[in-house]
Design a protein around this ligand. Structure first.
Ligand code: NAD
Ligand code: UDP
Length: 315
């Protein structure tokens, strides 16, 4: 049994990670400031004596007796990370410094939830880990993209300078149950719109592509990455290479929900990446033949079922 800190533990990914780590018999400290996370995501874990909730903001130092840290705290939806961009940068940069300091002091392993956004609007397709990216440093997405890039730099510098045992995973678009209905990301937006019979709004012409990974595949890969040997730091891409356009996604969700929602178009968001697809060769090689298990149709089915149930209860 290990004592594991999960920052951003009340968020979408964090709550699934806390649940899985508890299932494996570990003690879990879930730290969150509830900016985009919700107690509803982890309420079912509160009775577990090995689960502890900490209300804290990682831009402030935090000390605890822990052996591993998964650093997930950071708003991930463009709508939320652009709401207070300075805070977003502070969370990635000062939050990473605080968590790396804790890892250094406790000689703990620490994993950073980085992102495909470090590749920006990529000029190389699909994206491999050795591609340095094409990122606007002064645009609306920069607070997130550059914050996460700086966090990767800090992780690597603490590793080289202080021998901190780090892991960096670059997560590609992930979806599933426990995304907030108002999260603002494309999968939850389209499902919520379709279930409510509202218009589905596509930013741009819908030809931009993404690759959507179901939550359980990500959680498996994150835990395997944490358990790789100390000489493996990453960065490693974690995603599902099945590429679809945003228009195809909208049509698929309308079909699967049996909705009569109409598709409407609004101007493209600034610096919205035109295409994105992970090369996951490295993940397959270092994570014991890991690869995504749940395809888009199955994952959407599960997610639609979750939102139907949620709305059945709350509307
Ligand atoms: P989320 O918004 O659901 O979760 C983020 C959590 O962090 C929330 O619970 C929020 O309240 C908390 N948080 C934010 N700022 C904080 C702060 N300063 N101090 C303490 N807690 C804070 O998003 P998610 O999808 O679960 O993403 C989790 C992590 O994974 C993020 O770091 C995100 O950048 C990364 N990521 C996610 C995706 C994806 O597709 N879901 C893709 C790439 C990277
Ligand atoms: N998008 C959209 N309508 C929405 C939400 C998102 O057309 O209601 C588009 C968005 O412009 C982007 C893609 O869907 O091209 C994925 O957006 P998301 O916010 O989920 O994540 P991103 O990959 O851009 O960070």
């Amino acid at each position: 049994m290990k004592r594991i800190l999960v920052t951003g533990g009340a968020g979408f990914i964090g709550s699934h990670l806390c649940e899985r780590l508890l299932d494996e018999g570990h003690e879990v400290l879930c730290l969150d400031n509830y900016f985009t996370g919700s107690k509803r995501n982890i309420v079912h874990l509160i009775e577990n004596p090995y689960f502890e909730l900490v209300r804290h903001d990682i831009i402030m130092p935090y000390f605890s007796e822990i052996e591993e840290i998964y650093n997930l705290a950071c708003p991930a939806s463009p709508v939320h990370y652009q709401h207070n961009p300075i805070k977003t940068v502070k969370t990635s940069v000062m939050g990473s410094i605080n968590m790396l300091g804790l890892a250094k002091r406790k000689k703990a392993r620490i994993l950073q939830a980085s992102t495909s956004e470090v590749y920006g609007d990529p000029r190389v397709h699909p994206q491999q880990e050795d591609y340095w990216g094409y990122v606007n440093p002064v645009g609306e997405r920069s607070c997130y993209d550059e914050g996460k890039r700086c966090a990767e730099t800090l992780f690597m510098d603490y590793h080289i300078q202080n021998k901190v045992r780090i892991k960096i995973v670059r997560i590609f678009n992930t979806y599933g149950p426990r995304m907030q209905p108002n999260d603002g990301r494309v999968v939850s937006n389209f499902i919520v719109n379709a279930l409510k019979g509202e218009d589905i709004t596509i930013h741009g012409d819908g030809s931009q592509t993404r690759c959507f990974q179901y939550i359980s595949d990500l959680i498996e890969a994150m835990i395997r990455t944490m358990n790789t040997s100390d000489d493996f730091t990453g960065p490693v891409n974690i995603g599902n290479p099945q590429e679809v356009s945003v228009l195809e996604l909208a049509e698929k969700i309308i079909r699967m929900t049996g909705s009569d929602s109409k598709i409407t178009f609004s101007p493209a968001r600034s610096d919205d990446p035109v295409k994105r697809r992970p090369d996951i060769s490295l993940a397959k090689q270092v994570l014991g033949n890991w690869e995504p298990f749940i395809d888009l149709d199955d994952g959407l089915e599960k997610t639609i079922r979750y939102f139907r149930k949620l709305f059945g209860k709350h509307i």
